[in-house]
Design a protein around this ligand. Structure first.
Ligand SMILES: [Zn+2]
Length: 557
């Protein structure tokens, strides 16, 4: 019968266990000194060796000839347990045996001494799944445990275990296994299986298994069934459902070049290959993060782990740092939205187009600046200048073109997320349609709030802390605020001055979403709800622009 690799190569002694040195050291000492506990809790994320360690411990405590705290795996007792014929070692899965009755039944059984072994050992997997009644029955046993009894409770969710149980057990936390350890084990097993893989294959599997050896081994399991002399990285990518680096670089290029057509074509190509859009999103996010690091760090090789470091370097020249920050923000939000989304493709396409459009911001800003210059020019006559007006309206049309896609895809996100986003959209819509109305509503809502007595000097001296809090919510906003100055605080209205910094940052910050983030942070720190007003010394010219074209024809940026 075929045996999965992770079963076939399960560690059989503590010394063979990967990446859990502290746990191993302590358990071996307990076995050596015969200082055993009646209950152990092994907690940690999946695939980190909890069940393997439980099985090893069940043999070590019963071994007739233990080796430095490890089971010998040769003696009669070890063999009986290994071959699963020892009736004194019982494995239960709480996910399937979560009834009170099973544990009550246990209570009647555990009082009898073991038939053949030294200890009766009960291993309960996923113990957090036990019902309340079952936990109570278990507690009764643990309150007065017979001398020959050991419970090993394994869980991925220790916070769900009642405190009464926790206090009666010794807790061991299993860490995520390091990439180096995973690579080491993968190449060892591949060799034992008489197969060959590119070294890059192991790195790729380790990187994507998030510290879970079992996940890594099940990918290897599928890979080793491929009938090839040398298994290559492309084979691994196909099996893992991830896009090749070539595709990711192409998609990133298209996003940087604002080539919407190419972007959508590539997404279609990726879709046809059956690649999961959530995985693609996290690949893109990590790609843009690497670009940011390559652009920022003096020696990116220390952090960016990639054979493509030169390609990253080239790509990073084509894009500004502030653009990268914005894109990373958008992709971060997308990866959260993906969890709730039914139609992930629409969501990805929408974000991709937004990214391309967002990159046009620089052009839009320069367009507005050139308009401003014309406004100052006496010969300028607004009614005759259809071109200027058109270019502004064009931008509005472009925005509207995508709004229906946006509305559609938001509907695909379930529950609160929908409400939250719709509220945001409707707020955005009403703001762009009629700023005055929104202002009134906001003022009404806040009119009953008592003005606080915070002084502007206090805010100034605390500005770095405030920026730190903002950074946690939206990195790009904090980055754009770095050279701004809190100027005035009166009647719960905070005025932030951007005159010392590039106008671009003012334009990037000055919108309702950002203002409400700043306001929220303020509420967290000072417990006061505030309004935020942003100023820039050229602001008068914008008013002129509004007078000429009418406020509705000027889009907020
Ligand atoms: Zn033994």
């Amino acid at each position: 019968m075929y045996k999965a690799l992770y079963r076939k190569y399960r560690s059989k002694t503590f010394d063979e266990l990967y990446g859990q040195e502290a746990v191993v050291e302590s358990l071996k000492n307990q076995v050596k000194n015969n200082e055993l506990n009646h209950a152990y809790i092994f907690s940690g994320t999946r695939g980190t060796g909890k069940t393997s360690a439980a099985k090893i411990l069940s043999r070590a405590v019963n071994c007739l000839n233990p080796q430095d705290g490890n089971p010998c795996n040769e003696c009669e007792n070890c063999k009986a347990i290994l071959e699963e014929r020892a009736i004194d070692v019982v494995e239960m899965d709480a996910a399937s045996n979560n009834g009170v009755d099973d544990i009550r039944e246990l209570k009647d059984k555990v009082i009898y001494p073991p038939t053949n072994l030294k200890y009766k050992v009960y291993i309960i997997d996923e113990v957090h799944m036990l019902s309340k009644g079952a936990f109570n029955a278990l507690l009764k046993i643990l309150e007065e445990p017979p001398a020959h009894l050991i419970f090993i409770l394994a869980t991925t969710e220790i916070e769900k275990i009642p405190a009464t149980i926790l206090s009666r057990a010794q807790k061991f936390n299993f860490k995520r296994i390091s990439n180096d350890d995973i690579v080491d084990n993968l190449s060892r097993i591949t060799e034992l299986e008489n197969k060959k893989c590119d070294e890059e294959v192991f790195n790729l599997i380790a990187k994507s298994s998030d510290g879970a050896m079992r996940d890594a081994l099940s990918v290897l399991d599928q890979l080793l069934t491929i009938d090839k002399d040398l298994i290559e990285v492309e084979d691994a990518m196909r099996i893992m459902g991830i896009s090749s680096n070539k595709l990711i670089f192409e998609l990133t290029d298209a996003l940087i070049d604002k080539d919407n057509n190419k972007v959508l074509e590539l997404i279609d190509e990726i879709s046809r290959e059956g690649i999961d859009f959530s995985i693609l999103t996290s690949q893109l996010l990590s790609h843009f993060r690497d670009l940011m690091l390559v652009k920022t760090l003096r020696d990116p090789k220390k952090i960016v782990f990639s054979t493509y470091i030169k390609d990253f370097d080239l790509q990073s020249y084509k894009i500004e740092l502030y653009e990268l920050l914005e894109i990373i923000d958008r992709l971060k939000d997308l990866s959260i939205d993906m969890r709730y989304a039914e139609n992930k493709r629409v969501l990805l396409e929408m974000t991709a187009i937004k990214i391309s459009m967002r990159l046009n911001q620089k052009e839009i800003i320069s367009r507005i600046e050139s308009l401003e210059e014309k406004v100052n020019d006496d010969s300028f006559k607004p009614l005759n200048n259809h071109k200027a007006l058109d270019s502004i309206q064009d931008k509005g049309r472009n925005n509207r073109d995508y709004s229906h896609i946006e509305d559609q895809s938001k509907k695909l996100i379930s529950n609160e997320k929908v409400k939250e986003n719709e509220a945001k959209i409707s707020k955005e819509n009403s703001t762009s349609k009629n700023t005055k109305e929104t202002d009134n509503v906001e003022n009404d809502a806040k009119s009953d709030i008592i003005n606080s007595d915070i002084k502007i000097d206090e805010i100034k001296s605390n500005w770095d802390n405030i920026l730190n809090e903002i950074k946690a919510k939206k990195f790009s906003l904090a980055a754009s605020l770095v050279n701004s100055v809190p100027k005035r605080f009166e009647n719960n209205l905070l005025e932030i001055d951007f005159s010392n910094t590039d106008e671009m940052f003012f334009k990037m910050c000055n919108n309702d979403e950002n203002k409400s983030i700043i306001s929220d942070v303020f509420e967290t720190i000072y417990g006061v709800k505030i309004d935020v007003h942003m100023i820039y010394k050229k602001i008068k010219k914008e008013n002129k622009l509004e007078d000429l074209f009418g406020k509705d024809n000027i889009e907020e940026i």
